[in-house]
Design a binder for this molecule. Structure first.
Ligand code: NI
Length: 257
């Protein structure tokens, strides 16, 4: 049973077959899914999915791409949404210096504000980091962000950075790119992260793993990252599935799925 620690199943690309797609994940043995918001409407849709399916849980938050549009009002809305019993985490939040869809100073401010909120309401955080490793690490440290746990989703840093995150108390989540033929340092990270700190995810509908690369991703495909990581580590898929499911349940405070 694999746990998909990061997906966006509310995406409009699933509008024609969402129920079937979610059932496929269940049939393939996906034990649980965190559906992650990136702005207020998607956070609300995440909660709606979590109300509808008992193995789906919501994360609510503001993605760095959407930070520029998020005023104090949006942060208040995240706070209100976070009180819902199906909300397991705050996020996704972080920095994205690859696309820079919001100015960097605003990304940083909204990232810090959400860390503070998560600390205040005792929730773990889901961190997005693209081409912003240095500033992400600095903010996580300055804000003492690991206090209620958290995960660096779709990890793309070095082995050294992974070690530093783990020392701070974070989990490392690995997504579909670990299956790519040209996957580089993420394969080293996949082997180096202690088994009790590792999560896996799809980030569906993005980052589709081999053998479906180029097509729409879905939660059922979390198995491919899982199998590849198990192979790299020289352990069975079952062992990896069990460990990463257990880790997700611990981090997100989920019982009995
Ligand atoms: Ni995401």
């Amino acid at each position: 049973m694999f746990f998909d620690s990061h997906a966006h199943l509310d995406d409009k690309r699933y509008d024609s077959d969402r129920y079937e797609m979610i059932m496929r994940a269940r049939e393939k043995g996906v034990s649980g899914i965190i559906n992650v918001g990136y702005d207020i409407p998607s956070s609300m849709r995440s909660i709606a999915l979590a109300e509808e399916y008992d193995f789906i849980f919501a994360a609510v938050g503001i993605h760095p791409h959407d930070a520029a549009d998020a005023g104090a009002e949006a942060l208040e809305q995240v706070r209100l949404l976070a009180a819902h019993p199906r909300v397991a985490a705050i996020g996704e939040m972080g920095l994205d210096y690859y696309r820079n869809l919001s100015p960097r100073d605003i990304q940083q401010k909204v990232f810090r504000q959400q860390i503070s909120l998560a600390k205040e309401i005792n929730k773990p955080i889901i961190v997005h980091d693209r081409d912003a490793h240095g500033d992400v690490m600095q903010i996580l440290k300055e804000e003492d962000a690991a206090i209620n746990g958290g995960v660096l989703h779709c990890f793309s840093g070095s082995v050294e950075m992974a070690r530093e995150c783990i020392k701070m108390g974070f989990y490392i989540s690995i997504a579909g790119p670990v299956t790519f033929k040209n996957a580089g340092k993420i394969c080293e990270v996949a082997v180096e992260v202690p088994l009790d700190r590792l999560l896996i995810e799809t980030d569906a509908p993005y980052l589709t793993p081999e053998p479906y690369r180029g097509k729409r991703n879905e939660s059922a495909y979390v198995i491919y990252a899982g199998k590849r990581i198990a192979e790299l580590r020289g352990i069975s898929s079952a062992e990896l599935a069990e460990a990463t499911s257990r880790n997700a349940q611990k981090l997100f405070g989920i019982k009995n799925i």
